[in-house]
Structure formats: structure tokens, C-alpha cells
Write a protein that binds this ligand. Structure first.
Ligand code: NAD
Length: 429
């Protein structure tokens, strides 16, 4: 029996794979492998706190609009809650709850002293002015003022938010506290305590995990053929770093479509092209157009889905030709597709490991903020590299010892550490 959270949630959309169902299934698989008792599983399936606040704002035309702002705090067994704040029209309490749970396992897997959380407001930020977005973010922060803090819950940017929103959150929280509190958020601008290396962190973490996996196959980036879906913060940084390390990035796509070059794309030139073409790669000279669907099924050594969830699913899994799939996005391979790929011997590097570079550098930013001592970029990258490589090795060992997939190994490590801490701390009262 898969335990489900006891939450009053909206019904799942029948057209989509429910992210909370997937998250609970992964927890269930890990719990069975670890032989956890039903009481522990029930605790871990339920978030500690589910907060929905009303966010009234004045639009620029004088009208009042009331938005619903969510923050789900899944677990603080290992440390303060940690997780992003999303501004996206598809935000639901169900999705936020799933992502909060995944953050708990991700932080535990990486060995950083955090629990998991996620927040969000269902808006399309493109339909609001900068002033309106500032009022939304500040009001959302003030409604959550007693539920966040450097030792309580530390938000970060996610889809639709950036360093700008984190600066507004930090400023609002600091005004309530009466002094500057840099540790309340991560992903801040450098001027107020952000960390060097944060911008490239998730892409760099992805590059490190792929590099380690190639090394285990006796290979390096040199000449390795890689296709990347998504050319934003994660896909863009990973592409630049792997290209610089000698990889042939044969295809890249964005929401508008993709490009392919059999001999490898000139990634710095493609980045410069996208920067002046609305972040799209379509029309890049010396490359052939390719659709997103074609990109996913290209013959290549490594496929990096770095855009959306559920991209590799029952419809296209049998056409996938890559030997390694590195999940840089959250949940790009569905549970069923993952099982098909594993049975075929394809290496699937799981998202909670592959894209953990962002939260790792967030942790390093928080440590620097709490100690008021800031490091150079080399030190940040070294510390991140060590945490990523350690976690990768632990996942490989766990997978070999238990004879389970890398995904399940990542979950048994993450879930197992939280369950152990829960059992050591005991149940209050
Ligand atoms: P982003 O908005 O910077 O970039 C997303 C990219 O995906 C863009 O290039 C966009 O054009 C492309 N895209 C959108 N729809 C597409 C489609 N249908 N087909 C192909 N490409 C499409 O976002 P990001 O920060 O790079 O995040 C990407 C993924 O990584 C998300 O799943 C996010 O949750 C996950 N992630 C991000 C971070 C981080 O630090 N940014 C950390 C962990 C996980």
C-alpha cells in the first residue's frame, strides 16, 4: 500500500501524471527496500506544515486582486526547511507538496543539514509589471513572516523567480526583524550576501555528475556526443561547461524548437545568438533545425533533459537511443519510462543527485551568510565539487550493494537518513 498525505488537495488533472503520486511512489519503493515500518512511512508521506495565504495586491490600474500563495514545509528533521518559490501558472498545492518532499530527500542525499520545502503562487509573471511583482512578493513574504527565517525555512529562486525576488524577500524580512538578515533566503544578489558561483551551480553540478558517470565507463567528455533539451539556467551552463571540457554538443532545444550539428555546435556562439534572439536557438546558422521530439530520440552518448518534467514517457521511451540520461530538470523521466530504460541497461542519473548543485551552493551561501565570511569562487566550486562527487560515489555504492537502480539508490540514501534521524530523535511527546 502506498501511503498518501492526509491533505485536502485539489483533484489531480486527469491529463497529467500527478507529481505527488510519483513522489509517493518513489518514497514507497525506498521504504520497502529499507523495510521501514508503517508509522515512519506515514510520517514521511505527510508534510509537517501546509500553509496557504491570501496575497491581496493593488494592480497598476488601481484594481485589487487576491492571489493564493502556498508554502509547504515537508520535513525539518535534519535542519531548517529549504526550497524554492515558484511563480508559474501551473502551480498547485499538489505540485508544491511533491516538490517539498523531493527537497527533503535531495538535501539528505547531499549530506546538507536541511529539510525540504517549496512555495509558489499560480501566476504568469509575464502578465505583471515589475512593481506588481514586487508587491506580490513582499506581501507573500509578510504573510509568511513567522514561518520563514534563517533557522526555520530558507526560500530560494525557482521557476519564474530570481535573485530580484530574493532581494525583495530578504528586505521585507529584514524590515520586520529590524536589521539585515542575509541568511533568510539564498540565491540573492552578490551585493547583499549572495554567493559567487550560484548562477552556474546547477549546470556545474550536472556536468560533474556526467563526468563521473563517463569516467566509470572509462570515458571522458572528449568527443562524447551530447544532446540537451533546454538552454536556460541549467541547460545553458551545463552546455558551456561540457563544451569547454571537449564534449560534442550535437543538439540543443528551447521552447521554440532546436538545432542540430553532427560535428558539434559552437556553444559560446549559440549562447550569444540566443541572448539576442529572445533566448531561442532557432535559426542559428550552420545548424539544422530539429524539433524537441526529435532531439530526445537522437543517437547520442548522453541525453540531458534540462527543461520540463515527464519528457521521456511511455510514448517515446522505446525510441530513446542515448546510453546515459542525466536528469538535469526535475522529473523529466516518468517512473514507468525509467523502469523500461533501466531494464535496457541505460544509465539514468536521477534528478535528486544530478541537479543538486543549486541547493548545494545555496547551502554554501547560507553558511557564508551566517558566518559573515565570504569565499572566492574557486573555494565555492571546490566545496561543491567535493559534495557532488561524494554523493555520486555513495549512490553508485548503494546501487551496487543493494542491486537496485541509481534512482532507487538515491532515494534509499535520502529517505534512509531522514528515517534514521526521525527514529534517533524520537516522536514528541
Ligand atoms: P529556465 O527557465 O532558465 O530554462 C528552461 C529552458 O527550457 C529554456 O531554455 C526554455 O526555452 C526551455 N523549454 C521550455 N519549454 C520547452 C520545451 N517544450 N522543450 C524544450 N525546451 C523547453 O529554467 P532552469 O532554471 O534552467 O530549470 C530547468 C529545469 O531544471 C526545471 O525542471 C527546474 O525545476 C530544474 N532545476 C533548476 C535548478 C536551478 O538552479 N535553476 C535547480 C534544480 C532543478
Amino acid at each position: 500500500m502506498v501511503f498518501r498525505p492526509l491533505l485536502p488537495l485539489e483533484a489531480p488533472s486527469p491529463a497529467h501524471i500527478c507529481p505527488l503520486d510519483q513522489a509517493c511512489s518513489y518514497l514507497d519503493q525506498a521504504a520497502r527496500e529499507l523495510k521501514l515500518n508503517a508509522g515512519i512511512i506515514q510520517i514521511l508521506s505527510n508534510p509537517t506544515k501546509v500553509i496557504t495565504v491570501s496575497v491581496p495586491i493593488k494592480r497598476d490600474n488601481g484594481e485589487v486582486q487576491v492571489l493564493a500563495g502556498h508554502r509547504v514545509q515537508h520535513s525539518d528533521i535534519l535542519g531548517p526547511y529549504k526550497g524554492g518559490v515558484r511563480h508559474h501558472p501551473a502551480v498547485t498545492l499538489r505540485e508544491v507538496s511533491a516538490l517539498a518532499m523531493l527537497m527533503t530527500w535531495k538535501c539528505a542525499l547531499m549530506g546538507i543539514p536541511y529539510g525540504g520545502a517549496k512555495g509558489g503562487i499560480a501566476i504568469n509573471p509575464k502578465l505583471y509589471s515589475v512593481g506588481e511583482l514586487e508587491r506580490i512578493t513582499r506581501r507573500y513574504t509578510s504573510e509568511l513572516i513567522k514561518d520563514i527565517g534563517p533557522c526555520v525555512d530558507i526560500p530560494a529562486p525557482d521557476m519564474g523567480t530570481s535573485a530580484r525576488e530574493m532581494a525583495w524577500m530578504m528586505d521585507t524580512y529584514s524590515i520586520y526583524e529590524g536589521h539585515a538578515v542575509p541568511g533568510v533566503v539564498t540565491g540573492k544578489p552578490l551585493s547583499i550576501g549572495g554567493s559567487l558561483g550560484r548562477e552556474m551551480a546547477t549546470g556545474m553540478g550536472t556536468m560533474i555528475i556526467i563526468r563521473e558517470a563517463l569516467a566509470d565507463w572509462g570515458k571522458s567528455f572528449n568527443g562524447t556526443r551530447i544532446a540537451i533539451q533546454g538552454f536556460g539556467n541549467v541547460g545553458g551552463a551545463a552546455a558551456l561547461l561540457m563544451h569547454a571540457a571537449g564534449a560534442k554538443i550535437v543538439a540543443i532545444s528551447t521552447g521554440a524548437g532546436g538545432v542540430f550539428a553532427d560535428n558539434g555546435l559552437d556553444i559560446p556562439a549559440l549562447k550569444a545568438y540566443a541572448d539576442i534572439n529572445g533566448r531561442s536557438v532557432v535559426g542559428f546558422p550552420e545548424a539544422k533545425p530539429i524539433s524537441n521530439a526529435e532531439l530526445l530520440t537522437l543517437p547520442c552518448d548522453v541525453l540531458v533533459p534540462a527543461a520540463l518534467e515527464n519528457q521521456i514517457n511511455e510514448d517515446n521511451v522505446h525510441q530513446i537511443q542515448a546510453n546515459i540520461i542525466a536528469e538535469a530538470a526535475n522529473g523529466p523521466v516518468t517512473l514507468n519510462a525509467s523502469e523500461v530504460l533501466e531494464a535496457r541497461g541505460v544509465t539514468v542519473l536521477p534528478d535528486i543527485l544530478t541537479n543538486a548543485g543549486g541547493v548545494v551552493v545555496s547551502y554554501l551561501e547560507w553558511v557564508q551568510g551566517l558566518s559573515y565570511l565570504f569565499w572566492d569562487e574557486e573555494r565555492v566550486n571546490q566545496e561543491m565539487e567535493q559534495l557532488m562527487v561524494n554523493a555520486y560515489r555513495q549512490v553508485i555504492n548503494e546501487s551496487q550493494e543493494r542491486r537496485i537502480s541509481l534512482r532507487l539508490a538515491a532515494y534509499t540514501l535520502g529517505v534512509g537518513r531522514v528515517a534514521q534521524a526521525l527514529s534517533d530523535r524520537g516522536l514528541y511527546p
